[in-house]
Design a binder for this molecule. Structure first.
Ligand code: ADP
Ligand code: MG
Length: 465
């Protein structure tokens, strides 16, 4: 028998809430407040979303969970997700009525079809077109784009490294998709090093290592994402070494990504074999870095234009200043802001942005406020490096951030002036005192600065709003 509407909805919400990470909880909160179960009609569960945006967001994030639950019903159900009351405000009036975000399905249709064997291999959003280029990734972009135009001849191998969420997967997939567009006959393998490992182990188990070898040694472009996971795996490293050599000799293009440069790859205390590390470094090694303020603003503009929501430059800058580090964070913050605006049917304001950022910031600080944290956040706020923050240079664009950071250390930590001075490149306590006084004076004299200081304080210490 089919469960009642309430029971079904209960199962779905419980399942969605069971994913415990903070970010997921924040997202599920958004989801649950924006979708209501409407009816069971025939073999369909009908749900209503408050806006097209929330509908698409739900489709993107929760389709799997919902489908799984509905499939476990007897008989199995399908679902329909409809929008209750048109879209939320702020969509550019001249735009035709299309959803704020394309669902993956729709996006697929607009992309030229690849040969069937590549089905599901690539995320069609990870293309060069959708990649925003800034100081932090321009070299990586240039190299990747060049090899996609001329694989095997320019730089081989290409090794891209950097922290999480900085676009490595995006870039490596863009190479594959670009080459396929140019040459649908190209033989391409894109997989993570974990998938490579598993396939190799399975091939041993099934006594098919010859077939495995033949497959990977007869391709034109080998793209391995997150190569660091083969460190410490003896026989996989051995196998990969031979695959690599074979392809390299045939002048086939190899592109690898990793969290660290070749010489510093480690997994569970074990390093990557030396002979692999040296081969990985033979071609071009490029890194992707944290996006700077300008780049974060450019990314936000791109997200805004894709979602066809008008967001003022002022809000873009405000959000770009408030959101830390990863591009994934920037994207997440932007999506959350849109979702909140949609649910609350409010225009996107600074208050709304603050509300969304509060959660993210708290998560990033891990609840601990120490001198290094303050230095890091203030440097981020002013878009200077931590070295500049602590260094000797006294140019005006560095002096103020340094003074502000010192004053915040005085307010927010128990450290003495002396200890603070030590952490700022070994300055003495009178310098710290002088800095704190200067900041206080500036706060009293300039209203705009007083507001800025308050914002930085909240940026550093999001617990105390
Ligand atoms: P990594 O593999 O380095 O951990 P990803 O490539 O998965 O990071 O990127 C995380 C998210 O950020 C993806 O949604 C990706 O499309 C997006 N992203 C990363 N860099 C850029 C960029 N330069 N322009 C546009 N989107 C980006
Ligand atoms: Mg990745």
């Amino acid at each position: 028998m089919i469960s009642s509407l309430d029971t079904l909805w209960n199962k779905i919400t419980t399942e969605i809430q069971a994913d415990g990470s903070r970010q997921n909880q924040a997202h599920s909160k958004i989801f649950l407040s924006s979708i209501t179960p409407a009816a069971i009609e025939g073999d369909h569960l009908v749900m209503e979303a408050t806006s097209d945006f929330c509908r698409d967001l739900c489709e993107k994030r929760y389709a799997d969970v919902i489908t799984r639950i509905l499939n476990s019903e007897k008989p199995a159900l399908k679902y329909r997700l409809v929008t209750k009351s048109g879209r939320f405000g702020q969509i550019k009036p001249e735009q035709p009525a299309i959803p704020a975000f394309k669902t993956d399905d729709e996006a697929v249709k607009t992309v030229k079809a690849f040969p069937a064997k590549y089905d599901g291999m690539f995320n069609n959003k990870y293309t060069f077109d959708s990649f925003v280029v800034g100081k932090s990734n321009q070299f990586a972009y240039a190299v990747c784009h060049a090899v996609s135009q001329n694989p095997g001849n320019l730089h081989n191998p290409v090794f891209i490294y950097g922290g999480v969420g900085l676009g490595k997967t995006h870039l490596i997939q863009a190479i594959g998709q670009e080459l396929l567009h140019k040459n649908p006959k190209a033989r391409i393998a894109y997989l993570s090093s974990e998938a490579f490992t598993n396939e190799f182990i399975d091939s041993i188990k099934d006594k098919k290592t010859e077939a495995f070898r033949a497959k990977y040694r007869k391709i034109d472009l080998l793209l391995i994402d997150d190569i660091q996971f083969i460190a410490g795996k003896g026989s996989t490293q051995e196998e990969f070494f031979h695959t690599f050599n074979e392809l390299f000799q045939q002048k086939k293009q190899i592109v690898l990504t990793s969290d660290n440069p070749p010489g510093k790859i480690q997994r569970g205390g074990e390093s990557l074999e030396e002979r692999l590390a040296s081969r990985f470094g033979m071609g071009v090694v490029v890194d992707v870095q944290l996006p700077d303020l300008e780049m974060r603003a450019a990314l936000l503009k791109k997200f805004a234009s894709k979602s066809m929501v008008e967001v003022s430059d002022e809000i873009i800058m405000y959000l770009a200043q408030g959101v830390v580090s990863h591009i994934r964070d920037v994207e997440g913050a932007f999506n959350s802001v849109l979702a909140f605006a949609g649910i609350m049917k409010k225009p996107i304001s600074k208050d709304l942005v603050d509300q969304v950022l509060k959660d993210m910031l708290r998560e990033n600080s891990g609840g601990k406020i120490g001198i290094p944290w303050i230095q890091k956040r203030v440097a981020e706020f002013y878009d200077i490096s931590e070295e500049e923050m602590n260094g000797k240079r006294r140019s005006q664009n560095l002096v103020l951030p340094r003074q502000v950071a010192m004053r915040l250390c005085q307010i927010l930590t128990d450290a003495s002036l002396n200890q603070i001075g030590q952490k700022f490149g070994g300055r003495d306590h009178t310098t710290v005192m002088h800095s704190c006084e200067k900041v206080n004076r500036k706060i009293k004299q300039e209203k705009a600065f007083a507001e800025e200081f308050e914002r930085i304080r909240r940026f550093v210490d999001p617990e105390k709003q």
